[in-house]
Design a protein around this ligand. Structure first.
Ligand code: NAP
Length: 309
């Protein structure tokens, strides 16, 4: 039986592993379907403190893993299929095999919603991105026309942020009014560098043949008219989904599936902790996830210490 099992291997997971390993708790990290998490899909991370020249997302995650392993953290590529938090020790079914844990840290992250249109997947990191804060300042986007897709607060935030770099930001939304909060919507529409494209859907990202984004194909959903909009980047901001399906009915979550911590990082089940994007609708940054991973590790360590007193 393990004292601590960490589900997920993004910033939150590896930071929790580092702290629990240094506390001699010999954590096991179950790396899941996307080892290293969302950051591994980003090219240069320029906003993680300590890397003045920026750092490749994959490299950053590899370094976090090495740092945790140096203190004794172990990991496996397993994906958790089922959990049973109704009894102690907790039981986790990983690729058909049962594992027991005294405490669990859930750090399964979130996944960007995809448009699911041709070109989107093949051009990811070649102009298609899901994070303006991560990628907006890259040289390839500077003084170029950019497209943001979505009509919520995220899309408005992304579009506004991108006006620092872009020549113009086309905000493509499938309806004729924004879903975003009024203050965000007003600020966005008042920005002279943001041009809304209403009632429109992106039906294809161009150009796979050139292996980079050169534009998007648009369809006006009211008139059916099709057009091409030239751009160097497509920022898709149509929402996130937390990777929490397997925990439904086991820990308390909100209507969107984000896990709700009850006390510090502890969930509705004592001994089960949560960190990172699977519990965060607001910040969703590598550094905040890492901070939450640290907090969850400290909470788990104190929980075990109190139980053994
Ligand atoms: P959201 O509010 O769910 O908005 C998603 C947007 O994407 C909507 O406009 C939606 O269109 C559009 N959309 C969804 N699926 C689409 C598809 N397949 N194709 C094209 N468009 C699609 O998500 P969010 O903007 O990420 O915000 C999530 C939560 O975080 C919200 O509660 C938000 O207030 C909060 N948030 C707050 C801030 C802030 O306050 N600073 C910043 C970011 C996020 P429809 O409008 O037609 O449904």
């Amino acid at each position: 039986m393990k004292k601590v099992v960490i589900i997920g291997s993004g910033c939150a997971g590896w930071t929790a592993a580092l702290y629990t390993a240094r506390a001699n708790l010999a954590p096991l990290v179950l790396m899941g379907a996307q080892p290293g998490g969302l950051l591994t899909t980003t090219s240069i991370v320029e906003n993680f403190p300590g890397f003045p020249e920026g750092v490749d997302g994959y490299e950053l995650m590899t370094r976090m893993q090495k740092q945790a392993e140096r203190f004794g953290a172990k990991s496996t590529f397993g994906t958790v299929e089922k959990v049973d938090f109704s009894k102690s020790p907790f039981e986790l079914t990983v690729d058909g095999e049962k594992n027991q844990a005294e405490t669990v840290i859930i750090a399964t992250g979130a996944s960007h919603r995809h448009l699911d249109v041709p070109g989107e997947d093949l051009l990811e990191t070649k102009g298609v991105t899901y994070c303006a804060t991560c990628d907006g300042a890259l040289p390839v986007f500077r003084n170029q026309p950019l497209v943001v897709v979505g009509g919520g607060d995220s899309a408005c935030e992304e579009a506004t942020y991108l006006t620092r770099f872009a020549s113009v930001v086309h905000l493509v939304h499938r309806r004729d009014s924004l879903r975003a909060s009024k203050i965000m919507a007003d600020r966005t529409l008042a920005n002279p560098k943001i041009k809304p494209v209403w009632d429109s859907a992106v039906t294809e990202v161009l150009d796979v043949k050139q292996d980079k984004v050169t534009g998007v194909k648009l369809k006006n959903l009211k008139t059916g008219a099709e057009s091409i909009l030239d751009c160097a980047g497509v920022f898709i901001a149509i929402g996130h989904g937390p990777n929490t399906d397997i925990f439904k009915g086991h820990v308390e979550m909100d209507a969107h599936g984000f896990i709700i911590p009850k006390k510090g990082t502890m969930t509705s089940v004592p001994g089960v902790f949560v960190a990172g994007d699977c519990a965060d609708q607001v910040y969703r940054q590598a550094i905040t996830a890492a901070g939450a991973g640290c907090a969850a590790a400290i909470d788990a360590e104190r929980f075990l210490a109190a139980r053994n007193e």
